[in-house]
Design a protein around this ligand. Structure first.
Ligand code: SAM
Length: 294
């Protein structure tokens, strides 16, 4: 018995199913069900909610989510050994746990959750795929997205890059994309000693809530502009934005940004203005070429 349910302690599950941790799959398991309950509670009340979980592993977080009353958990797991271990959890919570064996990067998550229903994403993410998964969720189209919130464990350094404010060292492309579409904060840190095996660095749980109406902007244009700006983050924008192939000084002036500023000083609204201005200039250029050739 483990405290939150009548299933065996996770140490026994790991031993009985031979779940020696695989580095290649970013396996660092959480065995403390009080801690996994704390992560699940960070998402808010779960009754009536379908939770998408990536990488349930031996099921510590999955069990906490189910014990807290989530209507259903849809869990994507790449390691077949873990899938076998999770069938016991599925039996304990009939019809409430759906396990999908596969690579979360290859699966369209929208097909797994009820459309129009309440959905939250909760995961102790494998570190090697955490950032691409987050970028995928932040890039959802249409917006507002299919989920109400994302509650995700990252390495502390990645968590800081997600929530960073302008003017700070961690502020970059990820903070601009996350800040444009979501409000986010670091809920709490988790020390290496909480995991088996312990990773080298501290981890953090980040909670992201989609903004209902982000500033209108094309995501592709925003990515293009931040790529140019942060690709040369120490340079002034009048220099770093040259690769955009438009009149950089005019673009900056229209966006109300001094040409001597550097990328890390520009708030999200500034990047949105740059992205919109860049796109308008590109469209105008394409139009004038097609008019000239007709
Ligand atoms: N949720 C468990 C916990 O908290 O103890 C395990 C977390 S462990 C950090 C990451 C899990 O993600 C592992 O079980 C691993 O097998 C799984 N995983 C790794 N890459 C994956 C992928 N591309 N798609 C789905 N699951 C993956």
């Amino acid at each position: 018995m483990s405290g939150i349910d009548d299933l065996p302690p996770l140490r026994e599950v790991i031993r009985d199913h031979g779940l020696s941790a695989l580095k290649s799959l970013g396996q660092n398991f959480l065995l403390d069900l009080n801690l996994t309950s704390r992560i699940a509670r960070t998402a808010g009340r779960l009754d009536g909610v379908t939770v998408l979980e990536v990488g349930p592993g031996p099921g510590g977080l999955t069990r906490a989510i189910l014990a807290l009353g989530a209507e259903k958990v849809v869990a994507i797991e790449r390691d077949p050994r873990c899938v076998a271990a999770l069938t016991e959890v599925a039996e304990r919570y009939p019809d409430r746990l759906q396990i999908i064996e596969g690579d979360a990067l290859e699966i369209d998550h929208t097909t797994l959750v009820p459309s129009g229903g309440r959905v939250c994403v909760i995961a102790n993410l494998p570190y090697n795929v955490g950032t691409p998964l987050l970028i995928g969720w932040l890039s959802a189209d249409p917006w507002p997205p299919w989920y109400e919130s994302l509650t995700l464990m990252f390495q502390r350094e990645v968590a800081e890059r997600i929530v960073a404010a302008p003017g700070t060292d961690h502020y970059g492309r990820l903070a601009v994309l996350a800040g444009w579409r979501c409000q986010s904060h670091i809920a709490f840190d988790v020390p290496p000693s909480a995991f088996v095996p312990p990773p080298k660095v501290t981890s953090s749980v980040v909670h992201l809530v989609p903004r209902p109406a982000p500033l209108p902007c094309s995501r592709e244009a925003l990515e293009r502009v931040t790529e140019a700006a942060f690709g040369q983050r120490r340079k002034m924008l009048r220099q770093s934005l040259k690769s955009l192939g438009v009149d950089t000084m005019a673009l900056l002036e229209e966006a109300g940004i001094a040409p001597t500023e550097r990328a890390e000083q520009v708030p999200v609204e500034g990047f949105v203005a740059l992205a919109n201005g860049w796109l308008a200039r590109r469209k105008a250029a394409v139009q004038s070429v097609s008019t000239a050739s007709s």
